[in-house]
Design a protein. Structure first.
Length: 237
């Protein structure tokens, strides 16, 4: 018998997010989005379009007011806080514009923190962290601290930390936002390499050059999906 197909890495169905106010502010307004395993997707849109709220909901950092959020088949919108925290640590990796590395820790120790909640023994965490740094081209910087690394190298450490636990989904928030154009191009190339290796990555960005280089673009406006290049391509005759 054939194995059943694996669920999407991410599936949002009719997701609404409102914030209190008079009237309430509707940041997401009935969003449907499916991202399959192995996709590399850009989420773009002007300021106030709902991108940041979308990032928080996709990453389980915020709960939707209504609708369904599934990560690798797990319905997360109604989980308890404790269970949700466990699912987040196993299934979602984050890359931030500001890197958020531990200043006093080496690159290998920063990456190993991504395995703290995975019950992996300390010695094994170090081995896996080193392998992941090799994967992002930093095998020669294992024992350097953040202040000894360039901006691009720090972002690579942050990407390695997001990947080390092999999550179902990696969310990258403006990963080139603090980098010069040359370094941005190297991070862009790395994202494509990781995608070719099978990683599922969603990039939330204002960087049109980065977004244009990715296979799929989802454009937001006023809390709704205005355009999805994947749906546009499948609707053509």
């Amino acid at each position: 018998m054939n194995a059943p197909p694996s669920p999407p890495a991410l599936e949002l169905t009719d997701v609404v997010k409102e914030y209190p106010g008079n009237p309430p502010v509707r940041a997401l307004d009935g969003v449907d989005l499916r991202v399959d395993t192995g996709e590399l997707t850009a989420i773009v849109g002007p300021s106030g379009s709902g991108k940041s709220t979308m990032l928080h909901v996709m990453g389980t950092l915020d709960r939707p007011t209504n609708g369904s959020v599934k990560i690798a088949g797990h319905e997360v919108s109604s989980m308890s806080d404790r269970r949700l925290s466990g699912v987040r640590s196993r299934l979602v990796g984050f890359v931030f514009q500001q890197f958020f590395l531990l200043d006093g820790a080496t690159a290998i120790d920063n990456v190993a923190t991504g395995l703290l909640y995975s019950k992996v023994p300390k010695r094994r965490r170090q081995v896996v962290a080193a392998e992941t740094l090799q994967r992002v081209g930093l095998g020669h910087r294992l024992h350097h601290r953040p202040n000894e690394l360039s901006g691009g190298e720090r972002q690579r450490v942050a990407i390695a930390r997001a990947l080390v636990a092999r999550p179902a989904l990696v969310l990258a928030d403006e990963p080139t936002g603090n980098l010069d154009s040359s370094t941005s191009e190297s991070i862009q190339a790395l994202l494509h390499e990781l995608h070719a290796e099978g990683a599922t990555i969603i990039v939330v960005t204002h960087d049109n050059e980065l977004a244009d280089s990715l296979p799929r673009q989802v454009r937001f406006r006023d809390g709704r999906v205005e355009h999805d290049s994947a749906l546009a391509s499948t609707s053509r005759p």
